[in-house]
Design a protein around this ligand. Structure first.
Ligand code: ATP
Ligand code: MG
Length: 699
């Protein structure tokens, strides 16, 4: 049985008639309040489908669903547990038509967006397109459209970007597509401009719970306000010290506004940290100390001081990775002194966290060399792989024929003899008549701009899509879906395409395995056998393949069950938010990396002010990192770092000094290394012996 809630936690759980804000430091049981409150609301008789719990990632949603299920059983499955974006999809699917959006709209990913922007802005440079994308995304998060952005533009550059935004928006609407920001912006518009829709949603929402509230954007906050309406039955939980998405438009103003916008707000503070030992908590409190506070907070732990936090200074990044490996091995083997580690020895009890994605490379190499199983989270996702993106483009085109970016990818992957010139002519024709590429294919006058052979092959492609679409709509249940998907792969000769285009058969085989995993997983979702990680539709409903295909763009992980694997986690600090591990190692805690310093940093006074807010956000990131640790924490930096091709001297992060640890840097001890190697060897021998015994026993 899980431990009981403490008094303030109970207070937050039992406050169900009005608005409630739980504001507390890391590891104090905020997320736990949310899961228990879901259970409590159901026990009070609120229908589970009238409860919405909004999490920050799909993974967090899956975890929360699992915990809620443990508390209240099957009815937890009907609770809408999802991200703001997934809720947005649901709202647009239900009511988007009043905004002129077809039910089968596509959701574009970042790559589609940059290529549309290149086209809209007339540039082939990816970096430029990315800059536009950032600017536009920030505007959208502030609730600005192109005209508003242009009106408030401060420079020529901003004015130009605003005009590109206008063209970008035109294209999106022609493609019946939305980007990630629209998944918040459009539902907001829906609630603001259509009173009947707004009222219906307010009726539907018996109680809304929001985790990681400090990282909501201005538009998400507006959406929340409209969803809960006057009755304001909601629970937000958050920690201003863990706000780490300011760069993406999240704003702490939302925390400040809450008591003003909702005078009846009940504020609950949690002060006991149940996650970390005293030493870890002390380091965390010391680091966050210098940051200005929105609300004063204190945190204490009853676990006792525990093992002191360690700092390790390595000669370079390779050496750093090696020492991290050693640390893991010696903790597992129990040769490390002190830490009462009996039950914390599985691989899954360890995490190595770092500031930037690229830092995982050296670590991965060291892990492979030492045969330590690991997974990288927060890096390239399964859905970013070329083969999966190919297939997703096909699925998108089945769902939405107007999706031009998907059309272009499918018609050329695998190659089917339709060349660039043909596509260019088709594109010109389509934009002249303001129709989609797909529509253009079947237009009678296409023959006036293209030779008959080209028209024939385009139409053959179009018919193929129509046929697939028809079959997908009528395919329900996992077996039928699997049969259809496999037949489709065969028809388009996708396996051959992989082998033809990959440098080695081994690589092609690996990609083909991914493809098979993907179709298997898609098929299972059609049978309702897999939890809908995006939370867009209710679990365990049988869905048509077409319905499943529409939500693909929202997902970033194939399996919700990755937590159960016994592997070490390598993760960026951002992706580690909300999670916890017995042993945490922070790697690359160097000036320049954490706090991160962009290369082009200038010295103007305006930038100084910017720098200050940036450093404060980096400090919160360090605080998030430290507070992921339950039992042991190692903070590691290296004396030399690679910068481009050169090796340069590097400094420890200022945050290490700010932790104000009692013990200075621990030096590498060769005896420790020997002990670790011996212990690891002993474990291996033991494992082999156990296997041999088992085999002998069977025989
Ligand atoms: P973060 O700020 O990192 O998101 P949080 O405030 O959401 O943290 P939780 O993840 O809910 O904290 O809880 C941290 C740990 O403390 C979890 O392992 C949880 O099970 C445990 N915990 C929370 N409340 C209690 C309690 N009342 N008694 C015992 N353990 C608790
Ligand atoms: Mg939490």
């Amino acid at each position: 049985m899980s431990a009981p809630l403490n008094l303030p936690q109970l207070e937050a759980v039992h406050h169900v008639q009005g608005p409630c804000l739980v504001l507390a430091g890391a590891g104090s049981g905020k997320t736990r309040v949310i899961t228990h409150k879901i259970a409590h609301l159901i026990q009070l008789g609120l229908a589970p489908e009238r409860i919405a719990a909004i999490t920050f990632t799909n993974k967090a949603a899956a975890e929360m669903r699992e915990r809620a299920k443990q508390l209240v059983g099957k009815s937890a499955q009907k609770v809408l547990i999802c991200t703001f974006h997934a809720l947005g999809v649901r709202m647009l699917r239900q009511n988007g038509e009043v905004l002129g959006l077809k039910k089968n709209f596509s959701i574009l990913d970042t790559d589609d967006v940059t290529s549309i922007l290149k086209d809209a802005g007339g540039s082939s440079d990816l970096a430029t397109a990315r800059k536009w994308q950032w600017a536009i995304s920030l505007w959208k998060n502030q609730g600005l459209n192109a005209a508003m952005a242009e009106a408030q533009a401060q420079s020529d550059n901003e004015r130009i970007t605003a005009r590109i935004m206008a063209r970008y928006e035109e294209r999106l609407s022609a493609y019946q597509s939305v980007d990630f920001d629209d998944l918040i912006g459009l539902p907001l518009k829906l609630l603001q401009q259509h009173a009947d829709v707004c009222e219906a949603w307010q009726q539907q929402m018996g109680h809304v719970l929001v985790d990681e509230y400090q990282d909501t954007s201005a538009t998400q906050y507006e959406m929340l306000k409209l969803l809960v309406g006057e009755r304001a039955r909601f629970t937000a939980v958050g920690d201003d010290d863990q706000s780490i998405y300011g760069w993406r438009g999240a704003t702490l103003d939302n925390l400040q506004k809450l008591p003003v916008d909702f005078p009846a707000l009940k504020l609950v503070k949690l002060e006991q940290n149940y996650r970390s030992t005293g030493a870890i908590l002390q380091a965390a409190n010391n680091v966050i100390g210098p940051n200005p506070k929105l609300f004063p907070k204190t945190l204490f732990s009853e676990w006792g001081p525990g093992e002191p936090v360690r700092v390790s200074d390595a000669d370079n990044e390779e050496h750093e990775a090696e020492r991290i490996v050693l640390r893991i091995q010696s903790l597992r083997a129990g040769t490390d002194t002190g830490v009462g580690l009996g039950q914390w020895r599985d691989w899954k009890h360890f995490a190595v966290l770092y500031r930037a994605n690229h830092q995982s490379r050296v670590l991965e190499q060291a892990f492979r060399k030492a045969a330590i199983p690991y997974k990288v989270s927060g890096g390239q996702s399964f859905f970013d792989r070329a083969e999966i993106r190919d297939l997703c483009a096909w699925l998108r085109l089945w769902v939405n024929n107007d999706d031009d970016p998907a059309f272009l990818r499918c018609v050329t992957t695998p190659k089917r003899g339709i060349g660039h010139t043909t596509l260019q002519k088709l594109g010109e024709f389509a934009s002249q008549y303001r129709i989609s590429l797909f529509e253009a294919v079947f237009s009678h006058s296409l023959i006036s701009v293209l030779p008959p052979r080209a028209v024939d092959s385009l139409q053959a492609f179009g018919n193929e899509i129509n046929d697939l679409q028809f079959r997908a709509r009528h395919t329900q249940g996992s077996e039928a879906a699997l049969a259809l998907l496999l037949q489709w792969l065969k028809d388009i000769q996708y396996e051959k395409h992989l082998y033809d285009n990959e440098d080695s058969d081994k690589l092609a085989a690996a990609r083909w395995t991914n493809v098979l995993d993907f179709v298997d997983w898609m098929a299972k979702r059609c049978g309702g056998e897999v939890d809908d990680a995006a939370g867009v539709s209710l679990v365990s409903e049988a869905k048509s393949l077409l319905e499943v295909a529409q939500t693909i763009a929202l997902l970033s992980a194939l399996s919700d069950r990755e937590n159960e694997q016994d592997v070490v986690t390598l993760s960026t600090l951002h992706a580690a938010k909300g999670l916890e591990w017995p042993h945490v190692m922070l790697a690359g805690v160097n000036e320049g990396l954490l706090p991160f310093k962009p290369e082009e940093d200038g010295v103007s006074s305006q930038q100084d002010a910017l720098n200050l807010t940036r450093i404060q956000e980096e400090r919160r990131l360090m605080y998030v990192g430290i507070t992921r640790a339950q039992r042991s924490l190692l903070v590691s930096w290296s004396k030399r770092r690679k910068k481009g091709r050169e090796m340069v001297n590097a400094m420890p992060s200022r945050f290490i000094a700010e932790m104000a640890l009692d013990v200075a840097t621990t030096k590498e001890d060769p005896r420790e290394k020997l002990r670790a190697l011996r212990a690891e060897f002993a474990l291996k021998v033991e494992a082999e012996k156990a296997l041999a015994d088992k085999a002998a026993h069977k025989a």
